[in-house]
Design a protein around this ligand. Structure first.
Ligand SMILES: [Zn+2]
Length: 77
């Protein structure tokens, strides 16, 4: 079984999309962004203390899953 989360291509241009995370004011924001046209999904945020500095693959999957669900269902602003 492939345990890696799958990010579908961008719904707008078909480009590669990737999960981006950024720490701002004690919150870790994560969203999916297209590397080609810059289209982005809705963001999710977690308190900094809830997100380990070094994520294991399974933790990464857990944090990214809601994002990928949104992106992959094409619920994109
Ligand atoms: Zn795109």
């Amino acid at each position: 079984m492939n345990s890696k989360n799958t990010v579908k291509p961008c719904p707008f241009c078909g480009g590669n999309a990737t999960v981006v995370s950024k720490l701002m004011k004690g919150q870790v924001y994560m969203w999916v962004s297209c590397t080609n046209c810059g289209a982005g999904s809705a963001m999710v945020s977690y308190p900094e203390m809830a997100v380990p500095k070094r994520l294991t693959d399974s933790q990464k999957e857990m944090f990214e899953k809601p994002l990928l669900d949104m992106w992959n269902r094409r619920i994109v602003e």
